[in-house]
Design a protein around this ligand. Structure first.
Ligand code: G3H
Ligand code: 13P
Ligand code: ZN
Length: 326
């Protein structure tokens, strides 16, 4: 069942965060749905209520271009039929104004992100407000971003600039956005920290204190880049040196401070890369795509279930469903 992103945030606020996972292809889609229902080996496994979680599927502009946005929409609609118990929202990740309007007009998306965070404050507000006005006409909610993460996102190479809490208040008030992505020390990709840095909880706390009660915050660049997966990649011929990510044990403390959505893409790529490298290393005669594909779907499903445990969303599915039919 596709729901609005707002419904998910209302249920999660202050208690847990909803995982927002990027997809690009069929195997990621199947693994993601299975993982959020506690099924790993097959689509016919019994659903595990203790592992079942609401989730957000995110589509980046790169993903929409990779195979054609219509394939992604078709896959998600089919997944809804194959996994009737799933409760999820569909979200545009890092949209431009043009991409936001395309998604708003399509009638398929639950929410869009307008990312004008690289613009000066006034321009970011003006662009975001235009998107908000158009989205709200169609009942779609809008995520915006203030501050700059490090790393690379789509075609923008960022330099870190943490979100200023006072500016966040002005931004939310003037733009009318429904949720705000804040820069609190994370960055996109597999190389987030050079030392023992972590999240800036002091900044997050101040932002939550100043914004209206219950206003949902979003954390981008939240992959944990697990050492286990990086080592598996490197042991199977990869060359990922000094990769590092967010400490998974920081997700819940962030959720308590109003973070309702935690964006994870890189971790899924690591699982994909390790499984495929190992599979071809161990079976050099194989040229069939299905054996590694099957291994990947099962491994990704298990990874998602693990992640949802850390986010606190595992086990929340029935409660979310009930909260919507009041
Ligand atoms: O923040 C960006 C996401 O990880 C999406 O990445 O633009 O390469 O699909 P992508
Ligand atoms: P990661 O690169 O940490 O997975 O972040 C993904 C993201 O923020 C997508 O918008
Ligand atoms: Zn992002």
């Amino acid at each position: 069942m596709i729901v609005t992103t707002d419904d998910l945030f209302k249920h999660a606020y202050g208690n847990y965060a909803v995982g927002a996972y990027n997809i690009n292809n069929l195997e990621q889609t199947v693994g993601l749905f299975r993982g959020n229902l506690g099924q790993s080996a097959s689509n016919d496994d019994p659903v595990d209520p203790a592992l079942s979680a609401p989730f957000i599927i995110q589509l980046s502009r790169g993903a929409r271009k990779y195979s054609d946005k219509r394939f992604l929409e078709g896959m998600i609609r089919t997944a809804e039929e194959v996994f009737p118990k799933a409760v999820f929202a569909v979200h545009l990740d890092h949209g431009t104004e043009e991409a936001c309007y395309d998604c708003i007009d399509s009638g398929f998306y639950s929410s869009v992100m307008i990312d004008a965070s690289h613009e000066p404050l006034a321009e970011n507000i003006a662009i975001t407000k235009r998107v908000v006005d158009r989205a709200h006409e169609k009942g779609i909610v809008v995520e915006a971003e203030l501050g700059q993460l490090g790393g690379v996102e789509e075609d923008v190479v960022g330099s870190v600039s943490l979100t200023d809490p006072d500016e966040a208040v002005e931004f939310v008030e003037k733009s009318g956005c429904d949720s705000l992505a804040v820069a609190i020390g994370t960055s996109h990709g597999a190389y987030k920290f050079t030392g023992s840095q972590g999240l800036h909880f002091d900044v997050l706390e101040k932002i939550q204190e100043l914004l209206p009660d219950g206003f949902p915050l979003v954390m981008h660049g939240s992959s944990s880049v697990p050492k286990e997966w990086v080592d598996r990649i490197n042991n199977a011929g990869g060359a990922m040196k000094n990769a590092s990510g967010v400490d998974e044990n920081q997700y819940l403390p962030a959720a308590k401070l109003g973070v309702c959505k935690v964006n994870i893409d890189t971790d899924g790529r690591l699982v994909w890369c390790a499984i495929h490298r190992e599979s071809f290393r161990d079976n050099p005669e194989n040229f069939d795509l299905r054996p590694p594909g099957e291994l990947f779907m099962a491994a990704y499903a298990r990874y998602i279930a693990h992640k949802n445990g850390k986010l606190g969303s595992a086990g929340q599915l029935e409660a979310v469903r009930k909260s919507r039919v009041k």
